[in-house]
Design a protein around this ligand. Structure first.
Ligand code: ADP
Ligand code: MG
Length: 675
């Protein structure tokens, strides 16, 4: 469990507390409850099924009713340790199926025979694993270890690190007190104060770290784009296909300001799908060009890179500005030519995929690097682009997935943020409809209508692993089925997926973009960025298998033109509560921000936005979803502290500085190893 020292053990906070007051009756359970805590007798314990479907079930009964407990894993060990007719406290996530309640993999503790009085109101519950438990390291064993440790601990072992003025201003309790009360709270109020204090400490350290990183950037010299030049102006006045939205203009102005200061720009542009980020990218690149610099645009997929190149070439044709394409499939002589052109400065603009960060790619003078759809890229890749010059280029990161506020303050905390909060005029919100699969005939009929009106349609299938042969076969079967729905020769149906040879995929995509194919059967390769304004229907098959952000991205492929668009989510008939909720959120809102926040809530931060490797989300106690308020307090406090004492040299800031250098959590690590 990554516990090596006593400090680590102290930092193994309870993840919840057994509150003897909060036990409920089975009869009083409501279907909308997320968690329940019960007390009852285990009646029967029995196994069902075999192989994959093997499970252990037990019936829990109290005075008011019965319900089922279910285990899929660790069955032999659990079975050995459950004693029929014994009383247990049970806690877990409630599932409801056909009106019947059950708890899968509950936490379960025998009720010992001590009197009520001996049990403290709040008992800590520690996480452990099935494996550790089988060796005796149960939750209760952890509690005992911590109790023993606490008895030896004195305030000197845990000196205060937050300066007294901050403690006072924000009403925080002392460090030692907090540690005692997080493990063995005297009362709920004590527990809350302890939790607040420890979260505060963790987030303060995070915010100090970010603030110092940011000042580090601020010192990084950047190229100066002195002027708004000829090409930019010519494009702006003569070749823009539409008026820029107010938001696009504002963001361009922000970029213009950033690039004049002599400091490297690190800016994140957040704009919902279809808000017109590409045009901002193109015009920023013109700004670089007019000042004598090269610029590159990095896209997450080959298809997207190609599409960008195509539209850039089209738009820039009258200005005779060449745009190169560099992806993994550009090879041999062509690649050599591009690499040479870039190195010699003959090619001003290059658009590509990951291939752009390869070591062989050298620029003559790269002034601006743009990363489209950032969440597909890791933080490391972003950093790699920096190293393309002696002096790093200005960096512009564009993302369609709105970043919840907490993430903006942590993972992206070192970037300045611009928001395109306005869609181009005339867009109608996409109407989203959730139907079960037996509506498919009607959906197909509807599709036919739309095509007859001259529109185009996407049908997307989930393919988790594009290299999986079976999945590939089933996709092909689906493709044949779609064809069977449209036997008439006037309907052209294309297919794109990750297993196709590059050329074939490209050809099929082009046919759809050109309007020659009416229906595009696809996997999520089209999830990001693809722009076909004439497409008005997005059908997502097995929609329950997609996450919210993915669904929002897919939906963003339609509603890009003037016609009313539809997103149809087809799912199985029986849905888990969570899937049902996802479908209902999608049907109710098109606001990317709401969806991103919900997604974070439902999935947890996990691997969202490729941030796993950044480490910024690994909090011990703070919660990136719910602790926005504390995050903001600590941000303010960190800024004030650094404004008053940039080097953190004052005596009262010493302990914090040491903590920053020592560990992520700020706990002292020099204590002896547990052996
Ligand atoms: P995203 O922000 O999702 O990358 P795009 O840049 O692909 O969005 O733009 C979506 C569509 O809107 C494109 O067809 C683009 O040409 C169009 N568009 C962009 N800006 C404007 C604008 N100011 N007025 C009208 N249409 C615009
Ligand atoms: Mg885009």
């Amino acid at each position: 469990m990554d516990i090596h020292t006593f400090a680590d053990l102290l930092g193994h906070y309870p993840y919840r507390y057994l509150d003897s007051a909060q036990v409920q009756n089975i009869k009083s359970i409501r279907p909308d409850q997320e968690y329940v805590q019960l007390r009852g007798i285990l009646m029967q314990i029995f196994e069902e099924g075999s192989g994959f479907k093997r499970r252990l079930k037990a019936t829990l009964a109290d005075q008011t009713g019965q319900m089922e407990l279910v285990w899929f894993q660790g069955i032999p060990w659990i079975k050995k340790n459950l004693i029929p007719n014994k009383a247990y406290t049970v806690f877990g996530k409630l599932s409801v199926f056909n009106g019947v309640y059950s708890i899968t993999h509950p936490e379960i503790e025998p009720i010992e025979n001590h009197t009520q009085k001996e049990i403290p109101a709040l008992q800590p519950v520690y996480s452990t694993t099935e494996k550790l438990r089988s060796k005796g390291l149960t939750n209760r064993a952890f509690a005992k270890l911590l109790q023993a440790l606490m008895e030896k601990l004195t305030p000197e072992d845990l000196p205060e690190i937050i300066p007294p003025n901050i403690l006072q201003q924000y009403g925080l309790i002392g460090r030692f007190d907090a540690m005692v009360n997080i493990h063995f709270p005297q009362s709920e109020t004590h527990r809350q104060l302890a939790e607040r204090r420890l979260k505060w400490e963790e987030l303060l350290l995070t915010q100090l770290r970010i603030a110092r990183l940011k000042t580090g950037h601020r010192k990084q010299a950047g190229w100066v784009f002195e002027k708004v030049g000829e090409q930019f102006n010519a494009f702006f006045s003569d070749h823009l296909p539409f008026d820029l939205t107010g938001a696009q203009k504002r963001v361009l102005k922000e970029i213009r300001q950033d690039t004049q200061t002599g400091v490297q720009m690190n800016r994140l542009i957040q704009g919902d799908v279809g808000s017109g980020k590409t045009m901002v990218a193109l015009m920023s690149m013109l700004l670089a060009l007019d000042n004598g610099f090269q610029a590159c645009l990095m896209a997450p997929t080959e298809i997207l890179a190609q599409q960008h190149v195509q539209s850039f070439r089209e738009l820039l044709k009258p200005l005779h500005i060449p745009v190169a394409l560099l992806t993994g499939s550009v090879k041999g002589k062509e690649k050599k030519q591009i690499l040479e052109g870039l190195q010699k400065g003959l090619i001003p603009f290059v658009i590509g995929t990951h291939a752009l960060v390869e070591d062989t790619v050298r620029f003559h003078n790269l002034g601006l690097a743009i990363i489209d759809e950032q969440h597909r890229f890791g933080v490391t890749q972003r950093a790699k682009l920096w190293q393309k010059n002696q002096r790093p280029p200005h960096i512009l990161v564009m993302t369609a997935t709105p970043i919840p506020r907490t993430l903006a303050m942590t993972v992206y905390g070192d970037l300045d943020v611009s928001v395109i909060d306005e869609l181009p005029p005339g867009r109608k919100p996409v109407q989203t409809i959730h139907r079960s699969e037996n509506y498919r005939p009607k959906v197909m009929q509807f599709i036919r209508h739309e095509i007859d009106k001259g529109r185009q349609v996407y049908i997307v299938y989930p393919l988790i692993d594009e290299s999986d042969k079976l999945a590939y076969e089933s996709l092909n079967a689906n493709y044949e089925q779609v064809k069977a729905w449209f036997p008439d020769h006037k309907y052209n149906i294309g297919i794109v997926h990750g297993r196709q040879p590059q050329e074939e995929r490209e050809r099929n995509m082009q046919r759809f973009i050109a309007g020659e194919a009416h229906i595009l059967v696809a996997t999520t390769v089209i999830e990001v960025g693809v722009n076909v304004p004439n497409a008005t229907v997005m059908v997502v098959e097995s929609a329950e298998r997609f996450g919210l952000s993915q669904l929002h991205q897919l939906r963003g492929r339609v509603g890009r033109g003037a016609d009313k668009s539809y997103c149809i989510l087809l799912t199985g008939y029986e849905l888990s509560q969570e899937s049902r909720r996802r479908m209902s959120i999608m049907s109710q809102t098109t606001d990317g921000f709401v969806i991103a926040e919900e997604d974070l809530k439902m999935r947890g931060p996990g691997d969202l936005y490729g941030t796993r490797q950044s480490g910024a989300l690994h909090f011990k106690i703070a919660d990136i979803i719910h602790d926005v308020a504390i995050m903001e307090e600590t941000k303010t406090a960190a800024q004030a502290l650094l404004a008053a004492d940039p080097g953190m040299e004052k005596a009262m800031h010493q302990p914090l500085r040491v903590a920053l250098q020592q560990t992520k959590s700020g706990l002292v690590q020099s204590w002896s190893k547990i052996s």
